[in-house]
Structures are given as structure tokens and as C-alpha cells.
Write a protein that binds this ligand. Structure first.
Ligand code: NAD
Length: 517
């Protein structure tokens, strides 16, 4: 085991925001419990607001040391952390399964993806961010221009519980590779996993912890975001994202916000129905539908709509939730999740939606059987709000164009998938989608390409993690020019000749506006 991460021992006294009513806390300790069995997974001391400041101070020392280490030493340390994660992957898988409830095999996929991202960030950081020359331009031909991307310093990473490994690593790995130190606030529903991850990263550094944790609910996250960090990278609901954006405004602390979604799958009339149904079922029901890019809406061409509904229902009816070995997906991680699902499903049915599989009766206090609805009114919460449960609405549309319009008629804009065999038509539709990520003839595959940026538009967030953009997100660009020789006429001097401005403008008008311009 790696050395334990130091955690402040004090108690949260004042709340910046109310604590989540469901957060498993007393006033001193956070007791993390398994969602269905209530098994105690771990007990952690809550971090006080003063404790948060102390952690940020320690992270600042770590940030200076880490930035000074240079590219190759950082790369080598991150690859050491990666090897630790790879070698102890099954331990982490087991912890994910027990603390947030997803089946072990889903946790395995999450850990596998995270390893790929950590590797990519470590190996590509210098190429993407290191100092490089850029063309100086005509007016400044005597200058040598260079650009580098400098670490911002201390990055606060605030994580959710639904992908408690993949999601924080998408920020932590890229922030560290860019030369920053990290203070990580794991979700109060995934604290043991967060603590494990921090220790895994710190196994690569005896001098300073690369990742320090602060423990608690939203109030601790708020104290962290406003505690003087240099950037906040948040993944969670859009409601919390808005709060963080507002809280960071007075100090102009930059934010990366990876928020909720209401993702759609568009199915054209010539699509491979089996492939589409398979992807819809996994996208809608895996992880109990608790996936930011989970499939919540399907817009199917009217000619194949009914066939698709049958194919999806046929597969979905065989799925079983629970924590036993045969379970296809786990229980709802949050105790209040069932109430939201019930509200969306009941409201949709009241307004005329047709249940194809399951219905309100499928919703237990903690486990929810698969629910498929069709003809769901587009203005119902089931179509406009994030449901975050194992439910999917499959509506019929005239053609792919209408499917795009309906998919775009959402405040969210995280990702979407399109199934169809006429690739030019599908690609036109993909370009029209108002989302950050698109999968054609598959679901979620962009997540497995570390060089692609991850993030959404609208209420799905601001900024990107992953890929080159995800590395740059944790930096500030620094532009440097160095004069190589003096020009005969110095334009930025009071000693320039009276005609200089006119001549320069005339030359550039000719260049940019043409001789008549
Ligand atoms: P959440 O917003 O309730 O909490 C996320 C984190 O923010 C937690 O650590 C929480 O303690 C903290 N927090 C709460 N209030 C805060 C405040 N005022 N200031 C600072 N931190 C605060 O979200 P959740 O329930 O943990 O996660 C589910 C949500 O996350 C869903 O909406 C899902 O779509 C979204 N999500 C998005 C992505 C993505 O990449 N876009 C990935 C995973 C999850």
C-alpha cells in the first residue's frame, strides 16, 4: 500500500451551502456505506474550512516543487502512478463495486479507460504544452516568437460518485501532467475510492503529495472552490456547476465544468437495428442509467420506430438490477434517485406516454427495473430534465433532420449518437448536433480515445478535459517575443519618422484589402 495521505482532523463548522440531506455524515466523521446493504466501507475525518485552507497551502508547496521537476521527471512519476493503478486494479474495482454499487465488470471498464488516459496525459504533455516557436509575422519579422503553456498552480478537482475513477482521473491526470498540484474533493458517496486514488498517485512521490484530499459534502467543495485555488475542475450536476461558477466569479478563478446531460440517440431508417438496440440498452441501463452521457432520449425514424422499440424492449426485459453476481446493473447510488425517476415516469404517463416495458411499479426504494416509454411529450420532465435512472424514451420522428432538431431542443448539450448506414447523411446530422461529442454507429466510444477532448455545451458545462485541449485547460499560455535584430525604423518609438505610420498602413492595406481596398 502507498503511504497514507495526510487528512486534516478538524470538523466542518460553518456551511457555505447546506449539506446534502442524504450525505452519510455526522458532524465529525464521514461514514461511507454501500448503497444497498449499508455495509460500512470506511470512516473519514471531515475537513474543516480551516483544514481546507491548510491543505491548499500544502498543495502550493507541492505545486512549486512539481512544476520545477520538469517534463521528463513528471512523466516518469506519472507512469509510476499508472503502474501502481494497473497492478492494484482489482483492489480498486472491488472498492468501486462496494462503495457505489456498480457491477465489478463495469468498474473494470472504468479503471481500464482511466489507465489509458493517465498514460496519454503523461506521455503527451511535453509535446502539447512545451515551449515551441510560432511564426512572428510581417510587422515583427525581427522577433523570435515562442509560446509555452505554464501550470496554473493548485487545481481543485471536485468529483461525482457515478464514475468515481474515470471522472476524477480525467482532471487529475491532465492537471498533474500539465505541472500542477491537485486538491481533490471526492464525492461524499465515493470517499473511500477518492482516498484510494489519492494514495495511488502519491505512491509516486515521497517528497510532496501530488494529490491531497479534502473530505466532506458540498460545503467542503464550496470551501475548496473559494479557498484560493488557481483553477476549479468540477464534474457533477449542472445545478452545482452554476453555484461553483457564481462562487468563483468574485475572484475570477477559472473553472472547467463537466455537468449533466440528456443525451439522445438518433436512429435513421437504414440503421442496423440490432446494433442500435444493443447500444441503446447498454447506454440507457448500464450503471443503472447513472451516466452523464447515458441514453435518455431516442429519436427513431418512423419507418423503423416500432421495430427498434421491440428490439430494445426484448433486450432490456432480461436485465436485472442488484448487487448479486448476476446483476446487470447496480442499485441507485443516491437514496433520493428513485423519487426523481418516479416523478418523471409518472408525469410522462399521465401526459400520454405509453409504457413499453415497466412503469412506475418498476421503481423500488433503491433498485429500479428497466423502463421504456414511447410517445413521450417533448416538454415533459422525462424529456427535458436529467432523469439519471434506468429509463429511456423512444419517440418517432419524420426523418434524421427532425431527429437532430429534437435532440438539439435541450438546454443540455453533452453528447449524442447516430445510427445509420448512409454515412454522408449521418455525417451532416453529426455536424448539426449541438453537443460536444458524437458517436456514429456506436455509443460513448469518444471516451476511449484519450486524444479527443471531453465536454459539453450549454448546461452541460464549460471547457474540456482529455486530449490536448484537456491538458491546455490546466495551464495559462505564455507568449514571449525576443528581438533578434533592430529594424531600420522602430515603430514603437517617439523617434520614428512622421511618414512611418502612413507607409506601414498603406503596405498592410495593400496586403489585406487589395490595391483598391
Ligand atoms: P453533484 O453536483 O451533486 O456533486 C458533485 C460534487 O460537487 C460532489 O463532490 C459534491 O460534494 C460537490 N458539491 C456539491 N455542492 C457543491 C458546492 N456548492 N460547491 C462545490 N462543490 C459542491 O453531482 P453528483 O450527484 O455527484 O453527480 C451526478 C451528476 O454529475 C450528474 O448530473 C451527471 O450527469 C454529472 N456528471 C457529469 C459528467 C461529465 O463529464 N459531464 C461526468 C460524471 C457525472
Amino acid at each position: 500500500m502507498p503511504p497514507p495521505t495526510p487528512v486534516p482532523r478538524a470538523v466542518v463548522r460553518s456551511s457555505v451551502v447546506p449539506m446534502s440531506p442524504t450525505a452519510p455524515q455526522d458532524t465529525t466523521w464521514l461514514h461511507s456505506r454501500a448503497p444497498l446493504s449499508g455495509e460500512l466501507i470506511g470512516t473519514f475525518p471531515l475537513t474543516s474550512e480551516e483544514g481546507v485552507s491548510e491543505v491548499i497551502d500544502r498543495a502550493r508547496l507541492a505545486a512549486r516543487w512539481w512544476a520545477d521537476l520538469g517534463w521528463s521527471a513528471r512523466r516518469s512519476r506519472l507512469l509510476t502512478a499508472k503502474r501502481y493503478l494497473a497492478r492494484h486494479a482489482e483492489e480498486l474495482v472491488d472498492l468501486v463495486h462496494r462503495e457505489m454499487g456498480k457491477p465489478r465488470d463495469d468498474a473494470r471498464l472504468e479503471v481500464a479507460l482511466s489507465l489509458e488516459h493517465l498514460h496519454w496525459a503523461a506521455v503527451h504533455a511535453e509535446r502539447v504544452l512545451g515551449e515551441h516557436r510560432v511564426p512572428a509575422g510581417l510587422l515583427t519579422i525581427n522577433q523570435r516568437a515562442s509560446l509555452s503553456y505554464e501550470p496554473v498552480g493548485v487545481v481543485a478537482v471536485i468529483g461525482p460518485w457515478n464514475y468515481p475513477v474515470f471522472t476524477p482521473i480525467g482532471s487529475i491526470a491532465y492537471a498533474l501532467a500539465a505541472g500542477n498540484a491537485v486538491v481533490f474533493k471526492p464525492s461524499e458517496f465515493a470517499t473511500a475510492i477518492g482516498d484510494w486514488l489519492a494514495r495511488a498517485f502519491n505512491s509516486a512521490s515521497t517528497e510532496h503529495p501530488l494529490v491531497q484530499t479534502v473530505i466532506g459534502a458540498g460545503n467542503v467543495g464550496a470551501a475548496l472552490a473559494t479557498g484560493g485555488v488557481d483553477l476549479v475542475s468540477f464534474t457533477g450536476s449542472s445545478a452545482t456547476g452554476r453555484r461553483i461558477l457564481a462562487a468563483c466569479a468574485p475572484t475570477m478563478t477559472p473553472v472547467v465544468l463537466e455537468c449533466g446531460g440528456k443525451d439522445a440517440v438518433l436512429v435513421d431508417d437504414d440503421a442496423d437495428i440490432d446494433a442500435a438496440a444493443d447500444a441503446i440498452v447498454f447506454g440507457a441501463f448500464s450503471n443503472a442509467g447513472q451516466t452523464c452521457v447515458g441514453v435518455e432520449r431516442v429519436y427513431a425514424h418512423r419507418d423503423i420506430h416500432d421495430e427498434l422499440v421491440v428490439a430494445v424492449a426484448h433486450r432490456a426485459q432480461m436485465l436485472r438490477p442488484g448487487t448479486h453476481g448476476e446483476a446487470d446493473y447496480g442499485p441507485m447510488t443516491l437514496p433520493q434517485a428513485s423519487a426523481t425517476i418516479r416523478r418523471h415516469v409518472a408525469d410522462a404517463i399521465e401526459r400520454g406516454a405509453r409504457p413499453v416495458l415497466g412503469g412506475v411499479e418498476s421503481i423500488d426504494e433503491r433498485t429500479v427495473e428497466p423502463i421504456i416509454l414511447t410517445d413521450v411529450p417533448e416538454d415533459s420532465p422525462a424529456m427535458t430534465e436529467e432523469t439519471f435512472g434506468p429509463t429511456v424514451a423512444i419517440n418517432s420522428v419524420r426523418d434524421l433532420d427532425e431527429a437532430v432538431d429534437r435532440a438539439n431542443a435541450s438546454g443540455y448539450g453533452l453528447a449524442a449518437s447516430i445510427f445509420g448506414r448512409t454515412i454522408p447523411r449521418v455525417e451532416v446530422a453529426a455536424r448539426r448536433l449541438r453537443v460536444g461529442m458524437v458517436s456514429i454507429n456506436s455509443w460513448v466510444m469518444y471516451a476511449g480515445v484519450p486524444s479527443l477532448p471531453w465536454g459539453g455545451v450549454g448546461e452541460s458545462g464549460i471547457g474540456r478535459i482529455h486530449g490536448a485541449d484537456g491538458l491546455r485547460a490546466f495551464t495559462q499560455p505564455r507568449s514571449v517575443v525576443r528581438q533578434r535584430f533592430a529594424l531600420p525604423i522602430a515603430l514603437t518609438s517617439f523617434e520614428r519618422p512622421a511618414w512611418a505610420g502612413k507607409v506601414v498602413l498603406a503596405a498592410l492595406r495593400a496586403r489585406h484589402g487589395g490595391w483598391r481596398g
